[in-house]
Design a protein around this ligand. Structure first.
Ligand code: ACO
Length: 437
């Protein structure tokens, strides 16, 4: 198969959200800490009728319907998620009823999990499958879905929720340059979920920032080496129009761009050249200087991908693809012919830098139709803002519901758009039941 990549995308995030400014005041944080300090505007969250399974059902059925894809045409379905609702039964199997209905049960793939990286693992599995000798000519389908919730405290404003579905096949408008991949995998305790009775992670916020930076550095070096070997020339940032980063919260990515800058900028960073690499990952002064030096780079190459992550929050596995969707939304008509570099990071840790190229494609699998189907502006605009007291109350209900059995949800679907799946009840055997509005 030639020009394998992403043919179609659909994004779903809950219609329920809270303004960061409002949460900031409610939490007694200093004014500007969440909005300027973390760089976040708004946070999406699931109420008791939604979860990662319902969001995935919504995203998958909407993608198939809006792009006119017959469920029989899917030969592989991979899910990336770190939101565990069942330690054995995969989220993928919850999506199978959509395909069983049309008689298609011949679909490979299950779930991939490693913090925010699972979606990228799922995506690579599908791309590799279409490029391989086991490909049967049908499409791959990738779903990245997570509900990121944190205990009360400094990490709570860095939550979010979404599901993204991506159709994979040949002759795509978003083509993978599969030979240019640089990965960095290591053992770290920066963010993990050892308490199986709780949905909340254990997180060492500062260590996660250092790990992210180290992984970025290492992936970039490997990526450049591979590029040089294959292309016979050095990779330069000018070779990519945009860079899309996994974004736990927006501020983190504005601080990470110094490695890509030109010679003139390097002079300004010279005072820091004596730091060891470990010191450099933690130096606040270097961070500030880098941020300043990299600002024009950030504004031109990164900012167009920040819309949804700033508005919805950290969607874990979906975050980087929500950033990518933001770029498609903002720069749609000018992307053809351009290259974008993506950096995927999952705590624990695993990270990869990879590359895609755009072409206009053919309807329905073209850049302009992807933008139309995703309908990002309308989805963001039609959300409902909750007051903080109500948000906290919902978080408490969800805490009790996590891992629980024998309950019925309030089935209040008044805020959900038609076609949205929702959770109706969990029975005494922990079996989950969903309905479609
Ligand atoms: N106005 C403007 N800026 C402010 C204000 C204010 N009133 N108050 C604080 N700030 C700034 C701080 O200076 C800081 O900015 P800086 O980093 O550029 O210096 C920023 O706001 C955050 O303030 P901190 O005091 O560092 O915040 P705190 O330690 O309370 O929490 C943190 C922040 C660590 C990010 C926390 O929210 C967290 O742990 N989140 C979870 C991170 C996570 O889950 N990572 C997992 C994914 S891993 C990954 O992908 C990297």
């Amino acid at each position: 198969a030639k020009n394998v990549g992403i043919l179609a995308i659909e994004i779903y995030f809950p219609p329920t959200c809270i303004q960061q400014e409002v949460l900031e005041a409610h939490d007694g944080a200093s004014k500007g800490k969440y909005t300027i300090g973390l760089g976040q505007d708004c946070m999406g969250f699931c109420t008791e009728v939604e979860d990662v399974i319902s969001m995935s059902l919504t995203a998958v059925s909407s993608l198939l319907e809006k792009y006119g894809v017959d469920p029989k045409q899917i030969g592989r379905l991979e899910v990336g998620s770190e939101t565990v609702l069942d330690k054995s039964k995969s989220i993928k199997t919850f999506l199978m009823p959509i395909f069983e209905k049309s008689g298609n049960t011949d679909i490979e793939g299950v779930d991939s999990t490693n913090a925010c990286y699972g979606g990228t693992a799922a995506l690579f599995n599908c791309v590799n499958w279409v490029e391989s000798s086991s490909w049967d000519g049908r499409y791959g389908l990738v779903v990245c879905t997570d509900s990121a919730v944190y205990a009360e405290g400094p990490a709570r404003p860095t939550g979010g929720a979404a599901a993204i579905a991506m159709l994979i096949g040949p002759n795509a408008p978003i083509v993978f340059e599969s030979k240019f991949r640089g990965s960095h995998m290591a053992h770290a305790y920066d963010f993990y979920k050892p308490n199986l009775a709780s949905e909340y992670p254990v997180v060492d916020g500062k260590l996660s920032q250092t790990c992210y930076l180290m992984a970025l550095d290492s992936c970039y070096k490997t990526f450049c080496n591979k590029y040089e070997k294959l292309e016979g020339k050095q990779f330069s940032v000018a070779d990519a129009e945009y860079v899309v980063f996994h974004s736990p919260y927006n501020k983190v990515i504005s601080e990470q761009n110094a490695s890509y800058i030109d010679e003139a900028a390097k002079e300004k960073l010279a005072p820091f050249s004596s730091l060891t690499s470990n010191e450099s990952y933690q130096s606040r002064d270097l961070e500030k200087a880098s941020q300043q030096v990299a600002k024009p780079f950030y504004d031109a190459k990164v900012q167009p991908s920040t819309l949804i992550p700033k508005q919805v929050g950290n969607m874990y596995t979906a975050s980087i693809y929500a950033a990518f969707a933001s770029l498609l939304h903002n720069k749609n008509s000018t992307l053809a012919g351009q290259r974008v570099i993506l950096f995927s990071y999952g705590s624990g840790l695993s990270a990869t830098m990879f590359s895609v190229r755009f072409n206009e494609g053919q309807h329905p699998f073209c850049l302009s139709n992807i933008e139309t189907v995703m309908n990002v502006s309308e989805k963001l605009k039609s959300r409902h803002e909750f007051p903080p007291e109500k948000f906290v109350e919902i978080m408490q209900v969800m805490e009790h519901r996590y891992g629980a059995k024998d309950f019925v949800t309030n089935k209040d679907t008044s805020l959900l758009a038609p076609g949205t799946y929702f959770l109706t009840h969990v029975d005494s055997m922990y079996r989950r039941f969903y309905s479609k509005k």
